[in-house]
Design a protein around this ligand. Sequence first.
Ligand SMILES: [Zn+2]
Length: 569
Amino acid sequence: MILDLEEKLKSIRRKEEEEEARKKAQEFGLPYLNLSTYFIDPSVVSIVPEEEAKKGNLAVIKKEGKRIYVAVKDPLDKNTREILDKLKEQGYYYNLVVVSPKSLRKAWSKYQEIIPEASFIRQIQIDTSSIFQFQAEIKNLNGLKEKINELQSQPISYTSKMLELILTGGLQTLASDIHFEREKNRTLLRYRIDGILYDVTYLSLENYKMLLSRIKLISGLLINITDVPQDGSFSIKLKDKFIDIRTSCIPGLYGENIVLRILNPDLIDLSFSELGLEKDMLKTMEKEIRKPNGMIVNTGPTGCGKTTTLYAFIKEINKPNIKIITLEDPIEYRLEGIVQTEVNREKGYTFLKGLRSILRHDPDVMLIGEIRDKTSAEVALHSALTGHLLFTTLHTNDAAGAIPRYIELGIKPNILASALNVVMAQRLVRKLCPYCKEQITPSSSQLEKIENAIKNIDKQKLKLILKTSNPVSAVKNGKIKLYKAKGCKKCSKIGYKGRIGIFEMFVKDEEIEKLISQSPSHIQIFELTRKKGMRTMYEDGILKVLQGITTIEEVERVAGSQYPLTRRQ
Ligand SMILES: [Zn+2]
């Protein structure tokens, strides 16, 4: 009874508050609003920082271009006027509405739902005039080595030129990373190009010391701290585009090592059709990425291109009427028209917190990084079951491995079974340079490998992909074109240029769903999906060999040998 009474009193007080606000509005000739059922976009509230809004007893509740609607308790309050003046200075035109304290509290509660702005990268520009000059001069890694050594023999005041040269070399050769590895009396400079590390040259200790300071400075790192790992970033402006560089500095035995990751949009910004998905897979994925809910998982080790593939998927479906939000760790590439957020542990924005925040924004499609804990998995899978399409990645060797991995994480097999739509795995193989690849006569062992690989592939699919009437007999009779890598100016004498994905994937059907819900082993899933016609990454790679895109050695290098099942146990 007493509780009842308290409730009644509260409700009377609330009514009185609303009544007071209404009267105040009348007094000033302003509109009155009850915000209890009014939709407020958190990003609009955030126009005024939380602390200021509370101090000024106001909240921005609506925005139309530069016009904003500000809810206030008292239009004459000194603190309120102060903030309104500030908004005017920022170029906003405001309309006032009078609200009750309760309504204001409701508006302020929206601050909890704001997704932290992805703190991408410090925009420090380095002098690029010489970059263009170097671009014309550097033809291959040897040329770069000569140029660096020439600079090294000159006075140390050439540090910034040296850095520009090293960065230009990285851009010219389409390197993904530049490594500085400190040894006892010198530092080794290496580039990672298409997944493989190439030694470029050695830097003297004096030169490296200056370079290290310069890189730390422009990356926003603490120069005098040398015994803890530090991460930073800067960017290079080239004509009309920015190239972001992430700097990672790690203490080593003889001093600090640096890795510069070059986030070159040309390397990451692939379209759906350029990924390397063969016709049959393209057709499947065209359908799957347009489904309204469920989960699409892409698996593989670090650097296998799985995020790039998922980026291409969401770019393909990105339209103004679809809301797409990402939660990444970290953001690897900026996508236009898509809200990207980033895990930030230092600021307490964990993966789980991020996941809950982005769900409050009611996206249609989400792309999230690897799920590593049970609670995040539960939240993510629940969203995939309730009207969201979820893209995510996982570190496993192959597609089948995703199932036991998720179950080990603590996901209930029947929930996993209903949430999953597609599981993929991928690797990247280097593409033969089209300018210098050389046709070879296939050896008997090469023909045998190819024969073994394609005999498991559905004949109709083979015809569709290879565009020949009888691919199996063509291989039997040696009537196929194979190529080897040679090397020319266009490929920095490497013989390969660029990479392409090789894939395996299975789409869930009733039978697979039933097996997943019984908590199957890796082998059980592998065998069932094979029975249903899944080809392995290796087999998919052989199809690219037969199309003259890459070589058998390259496929074996990244995907192992033909009989993967023995590796999988
Ligand atoms: Zn070439």
